[in-house]
Design a protein around this ligand. Sequence first.
Ligand SMILES: [Fe+2]
Length: 349
Amino acid sequence: MFHRRTLTQLMAAATLAPASVSAQGRPPLSRIAFGSCADQKKPQPIWDAILAYRPDLFVFMGDNVYGDFTGADSGPLRQAYAQAAQITGYTRLCESVSHLSIWDDHDYGLNDAGADFAYKDIAKELFLDFWRVPPNDIRRSREGIYDSRLIGPPGMRVQIILLDTRWFRSPLKRTDQRGAPGKERYLPDPDPGKTMLGDAQWAWLAQELRRPAEVRLIVSSIQVLAEGHGWERWGNLPAERQKLFDTIRESGAKGVVLLSGDRHIGALYRETPAGLHPLYEATSSGLNMVYWAAKEPGPNRLGGLYANANFGVLDIDWWERRLTLALRDEGGSTRRSVAIDFAEIGIAA
Ligand SMILES: [Fe+2]
């Protein structure tokens, strides 16, 4: 008799082991794919192109399901996960590709929510269960779901830092002109008492950035470098945005690349904060949620928006000493791309 393995068993097989284990005996990562914003109620044809790319690792960057719930009844989020588990491409990816995940607002449980979301404990448990996080994983016993992995042999190490931009985040300053260009939902709030990551996660990040690695991917569900729009972004809390740059600089970390989602648009960005090597950011959103009519100024942006379904890829050529950051469409074609020499982002020879 044929026994179907449950999705959760299959996902457990593909989930990455903790850093201490996964750093041993694996070939270096060279093909990393990432994406965000996958509505389980809509078709998700993009998984075929992602699987065809044959990534070594896939990063789910949030809004991995849409399961907003407003009361203690977490039914909609439970149901969203159950429905995602029925999507062929989603499950094939989870069965066959190592993957990591972090949440954004709609798998946290509420649009644009932060620390004051009353039911975040429920959402956290559902997240950890769906993604088969083992009982002894530190995320089960500390606040939030931030996490990191270090993969590859010395000289070819990729660190993946997954930030939780929801659990600790202070309330944002609401706009005085909803929908107006540049101030669609929020205004920058200079209040130094407000936090994006919270003290514990900030301290953890400063430590993580001191671990030896060649390439470091900092995954933030919301955009870091994008300016010129009033949706959620690190620029809503400018002091925290600066603190992120300061934390990178003070740690001496090199080879930093930012990955983000959330926006239902894709784009590539570059900014060079004082005292740092250039920072590149790829925003990939969404896997099937797109904002066709998106139009916004693009300080720091490299080229135009790409507002159709997309996923991101990071190709690392360890021997040419170059990485390529790109956005691909549903058919697998490259739509935006930038090549970055290791030297430009400070990776030592
Ligand atoms: Fe989304």
